[in-house]
Design a protein around this ligand. Sequence first.
Ligand SMILES: C[S@@+](CC[C@H](N)C(=O)[O-])C[C@H]1O[C@@H](n2cnc3c(N)ncnc32)[C@H](O)[C@@H]1O
Length: 347
Amino acid sequence: MNGLLCYCRQGFEPDLAAELSERAANAGFHGYAKTERNSGYVTYVCEDAAALSRSVRYHDIVFARQKLELFAELKDLNPTDRVTPMLELIAGRGRFGDILVEHPDSDEGKPLSGLARAFTNALRPALRKRGLLSDKEDARLPRLHVFFLAGTHALLASSDPKDSSPFPLGVPRLRAQANAPSRSALKLDEALMIFMSDEERAKILKPGMHAADLGAAPGGWSWILTKHGLHVSSIDNGPMSETAMATGLINHIRADGFQWQPPRKLEWMVCDMVESPRKVAHRMAEWFANGWCKHAIFNLKLPMKKRWEETRLCLDEFEQQSGKALHMHAKQLYHDREEITVFATVI
Ligand SMILES: C[S@@+](CC[C@H](N)C(=O)[O-])C[C@H]1O[C@@H](n2cnc3c(N)ncnc32)[C@H](O)[C@@H]1O
């Protein structure tokens, strides 16, 4: 079985399948998406999986938490020896720099986490003995993924460390900060971690910079920005939490986020307003077209059925209407529910 194996948030399989089908077709590949609702993953079956994987980059796939090159499926595994048949399929594919034994992040998949942990300990020495795994973790070599769908059923895949998520299951581990004004704070925390490297972050997110937060209440996102030393104009008719206001860096302005204009140009704008995604995308484009900010992180809420189609439309319109050369990165983050997060920065 050859193709791509991508992980996603449970329930978003049709969106990821639609996105993969479109991206593969645009890159000139013939294949088909295979998925089951609520499974937490999608496979895209295609003869030339390696070439497809090089053409469809992890960075670009909005609904994928992880992207792997699928190379084998094992059914009817014998629970007393799952290792031997796997070794046969893994041999001949070169040396791997690390292994990850995983399972779908779904109701059905989560109970397999114990097996995944135990199996890692069984497989690792067996791979090393055959020279199929480096002695120490080596990020220059591909990673091997064993993806258990059941105790007797597994998929084998590989990932390029430069073109995949570095996290097991594609899920970054972030600790909620005890005094954060809202759980939403985690979304911006994750966005700042995923969308830029440490060096990029140090360059564009500096103490003393100014930001606007549209739809700020109760203040989780504003609070995260103050943690980086930014001054924030927090726009919302709703109340801000005391924790946020106690930072002394927040100016709460009771106004409509679709009308308010900054009195001077700002470095940053973030937006978490619950509104139709197209309306938000147009407003975000207006900010860039007017040069009101250089960098933005915004959420697009997707309560509709055809979420990939809506996403593509919103991102295209945003890019066209912004009238600027932008670097854009859109992802459904782990902490995003029925929504995606977009990072845009003027080149
Ligand atoms: C999901 S909450 C934001 C949570 C916030 N990011 C945090 O971390 O605490 C959405 C907010 O958008 C605000 N909102 C919705 N429409 C708005 C508008 N037109 N102008 C300003 N705020 C708006 C709501 O009042 C609500 O407080």
